[in-house]
Design a protein around this ligand. Structure first.
Ligand SMILES: *Cc1c(COP(=O)(O)O)cnc(C)c1O
Length: 386
């Protein structure tokens, strides 16, 4: 057994990243200086978008996008239960109501058919989440949005570098949000970004990031002198520092190399597990190029003598940092106590009961990878029904 715990995801920081940070620390600006603009421009280009706004974290990015979309008291926003709580919490921050549409049992992404069933006169937006990095069915989601005049905010926290029918994620919808948490594709410690092609949304995102305050003459109601600024809306301090932006810029240069390694690991896992009776490997939709933030196996419990929990605990005993992504959001006590007790998304709950996320991150060695494969195979073969 390996001595060192193998996490499911981890950053990759090199000497050049450290140097980029140190340079900013020695400079005049350590927050909202030139590195923010540079990082935003580089990221916008990477994601194929016209504008990008850097913020403090991925959750702030979702909050800002919901604000820019005009989500208010009583508005409904449709999202998936198979996501990190932040995708739905951002709607609550604005006074809106998250409405959960079930997943497609093959892709594990939000089902356009179920979105159609959940649209009401109060629906204002859809937040599709590209779970594991595989893009959602954006053509269908866009059709629904167009028909009902809804804003689409893609939660692309898993999807830096993913593409949908050749188009980079970040270039497709009204707004797309990203996270730079250390387990994600590139990191700034904490950090997030929103991309958009819409100038009006871009301006609202900038306002929201910094208290709702502007110094832009064209936006102000009056002008009292060179010191003058105005608070036009209730924003937050969601700014990213230049220290973080410098790290992000340095990391972004490696995004393609990191992505290539993630895809390589996913390919090797799939080859290793695809013919086993006890496990289903991730299904990949035609036209969707995943960025493989997560590698999720689904246990075929009908062919196993034990449950998911036993397999999970056996892997943890081997010092493998497996995880479960995700507990359906509405199952959390907070949601249960706030009106979601009678909600059931059958496919999401079924998936939740059968999945395990295996370690996948660019710095993983071949040895790490083969250790995971051997351990998974041993445990599943040992517990296979005859
Ligand atoms: C990581 C993540 C977020 C939140 O990002 P933070 O930077 O941690 O705030 C939101 N949605 C999804 C799907 C995520 O995985």
């Amino acid at each position: 057994m390996r001595n060192e715990f193998l996490p499911y995801g981890r950053q990759w920081i090199d000497e050049d990243d450290i140097q980029a940070v140190v340079e900013v620390l020695r400079s005049d600006y350590i927050t909202t200086g030139p590195k923010i603009r540079e990082f935003e421009q580089a990221f916008a280009q990477y994601a194929g978008a016209q504008y990008a706004v850097a913020v403090a974290n991925g959750t702030a990015a979702l909050h800002a996008a919901c604000f820019a979309a005009g989500i208010q008291d009583g508005d409904e926003v449709i999202t998936t239960p198979i996501t990190f709580a932040a995708s739905a919490n951002a709607v609550l921050y604005c006074g809106g109501k998250p409405v959960f549409a079930d997943i497609n049992p093959h892709t594990y992404n939000i089902s356009p058919d179920d979105i159609r069933k959940k649209v009401t006169a109060k629906t204002k937006a859809i937040i599709p989440v590209h779970f594991t990095g595989q893009p959602c069915d954006m053509d269908e989601i866009r059709k629904i949005a167009k028909k009902h005049h809804l804003t689409v905010i893609e939660d692309a926290a898993h999807a830096v570098g993913a593409s949908y029918h050749g188009r980079p994620v970040g270039s497709i919808s009204d707004m797309t949000t990203f996270s730079f948490h250390p387990v994600k594709h590139i990191t700034t410690g904490e950090g997030g970004m929103i991309t958009t092609n819409n100038e009006a949304l871009y301006k609202r995102l900038l306002l929201f990031r910094s208290h709702g305050i502007t110094r832009d003459n064209a936006m102000m109601t009056r002008y009292e002198g060179p010191w003058y600024y105005e608070q036009l809306d209730l924003g937050y301090n969601y700014r990213m520092t230049d220290i973080q932006a410098a790290l992000g810029l340095s990391q972004l240069k490696k995004a393609d190399r990191f992505l290539q390694r993630r895809r390589e690991i996913a390919g090797i896992y799939t080859e290793a597990f695809k013919n086993m009776r006890t496990v289903a490997v991730p299904f990949q939709q035609d036209g969707c190029s995943s960025s493989w933030h997560l590698y999720v196996i689904q246990l075929k419990l009908e062919n196993l003598k034990c449950g998911r929990r036993e397999v999970f605990e056996a892997l943890r005993k081997e010092n493998i940092g497996v995880n479960v992504h995700y507990i359906p959001v509405y199952k959390h006590p907070y949601y249960q106590e706030h009106g979601y007790r009678d909600i059931t998304c059958v496919q999401s709950e079924r998936l939740y009961s059968r999945i395990i996320s295996l370690p996948i991150f660019p710095k993983m060695t071949d040895e790490d990878m083969h250790y995971v494969i051997q351990s998974v195979r041993n445990i599943l073969v040992r517990n296979e029904k005859g």
